[in-house]
Design a protein around this ligand. Structure first.
Ligand code: AMP
Length: 427
């Protein structure tokens, strides 16, 4: 006999089951209103985009484009990509929807899945989720500070401990080439100390050598030139102001001259938010300034700055740090019945209560009252309604307060009104 093969989830993806939802909802409930109240408007972006959007913006010689992007030809012969990140799409939408004619800066946030063909491990998936927020149309360093502050405060509000901002400036097209030339020179004199990847990068994308994860490369970089010594006057002034604002806001930061970020579009400020654990997976989010991207993608020259938080990583960290996540039980009432007439009446009561916004369920296929009451116990509802033959004749219903065990009888026609009196507001 041929054994049937069951279809499994794609490697590097996972299901977020109902029992896990409280963590995800908890993050949403903290982050999204915080962004809305800070003046950010939500933007919903397509998951598929023209692949060129990302190769142009993220950069041809980055890991994301070279190795990780899901690219496919659709039935109309267009070359599309599953978005690996959100900023390029925000910029495309800014240009395409003429947002430069709105009062500037334009503040947008998005949330959703991103796709990268990475080697799956804890905290690194092929489908992961991000919340990103971007400010477009303002060059003032106070915007960088606002973005970093939002990043920090959101994580802090989630209850996460041991947070620091790792920050660096990678300069601009005026000053960066001088630094990268020095860096390439430094590496070419010590080739034997660097991994093959770094040697390749030194030809195509030298800045990325800085954040190579190989410990031996990091050691070999210890005496490498620092980008901060190469910043032009403008970049230096900008970076100093950002740090001053962060001091004013009491945001703890660490000057990390090895932080480069894996995307080509950044200019000046780059940052990540880390928890205290060392290692590759400790970054909960990151971002920076990208003053050339709007123009690069065909818009007017528009400075901008943004951040993306990794939701999967936030949820993992909330669990790791044993942070209590409150979850309200949406089911407040259970209805138990005895007999066929009571079963039909229960169905009607459920319908009436749901129309009135009350969270109610019954287990209408269970036969015995005992098994139904067991279900009510498991659900931990504060109220159970009991409808037996006597109640059907009397046109009443029994209300049992589960915690105290007290019972009362009410007229069935007043059910919604009586329940509302006894339930917390919002039901
Ligand atoms: P990036 O767009 O690379 O700057 O990523 C922003 C944030 O998204 C990171 O700091 C991570 O928290 C998260 N992230 C990026 N790639 C992955 C991935 N493959 N799996 C899970 N989270 C990720």
């Amino acid at each position: 006999m041929v054994k049937k093969k069951t279809v499994q989830r794609v490697r590097g993806t996972y299901d977020i089951l109902p029992t896990e939802q409280k963590y995800w909802r908890g993050v949403d409930e903290v982050a999204l209103p915080y962004l809305e109240k800070s003046g950010f408007g939500r933007i919903e972006l397509p998951i598929i985009e023209d692949a060129f959007l990302f190769s142009r913006s993220v950069g041809e010689n980055t890991d994301i484009i070279e190795k990780e992007m899901y690219v496919f030809r659709d039935r109309g012969d267009d070359i599309l990509a599953l978005r690996p990140e959100g900023t390029a799409s925000v910029v495309r939408a800014y240009i395409e929807n003429g947002m430069h004619s709105l009062p500037q800066p334009v503040k947008l946030y998005y949330q959703g899945p991103m796709f990268r063909y990475e080697r799956p491990q804890s905290g690194r998936y092929r489908q992961h989720y991000q919340i990103g927020f971007e400010v477009l149309g303002e060059i003032d360093p106070i915007v960088d500070a606002e973005i970093i502050c939002l990043t920090f405060r959101i994580c802090e509000r989630l209850g996460l401990k041991n947070l620091t901002i790792e920050i660096n400036s990678i300069g601009c097209s005026n000053c960066r080439p001088k630094f990268t030339a020095e860096l390439v020179d430094y590496i070419s004199q010590r080739k034997e100390l660097f991994c093959d990847n770094c040697l390749k990068r030194s030809e195509k994308n030298p800045l990325r050598i800085l954040d190579c994860k190989e410990p031996s490369c990091q050691k070999a970089l210890e005496n490498a030139p620092s980008i901060l010594d190469f910043l032009c006057k403008e970049c230096h002034k900008h970076f100093t102001s950002v740090l001053e604002y962060l001091d004013e806001l009491s945001i703890p930061y660490n000057l990390n001259t090895k932080l480069a970020r894996g995307l080509d579009y950044y200019t000046k400020t780059v940052f990540e938010i880390w928890t205290s654990q060392e290692g590759a997976q400790s970054s909960l989010g990151g971002g920076g300034r990208y003053d050339n991207l709007v123009a690069l993608l065909g818009g007017k020259k528009t400075p901008a700055c943004g951040c993306a938080l990794g939701l999967d990583r936030l949820v993992l960290e909330i669990k790791k740090q044993n942070i209590e996540v409150a979850q309200e039980n949406p089911i407040q009432v259970f209805i138990a019945f005895l007999g066929d007439k009571a079963k039909i009446k229960s169905l009607k009561i459920i319908n009436e209560c749901r129309k009135a916004g009350i969270g109610i369920i019954g287990s209408l296929t269970q036969k015995t009252l005992k098994s139904q009451l067991k279900t009510a116990d498991k659900l931990a509802v504060p109220i159970t309604l009991i409808l037996g033959e006597k109640e059907i004749i009397d046109k009443t219903v029994l209300i049992r307060h589960m915690e105290e065990g007290a019972q009362e009888v009410i007229e069935v026609k007043n059910i919604v009104k009586e329940l509302k009196k006894r339930l917390p507001k919002g039901n």
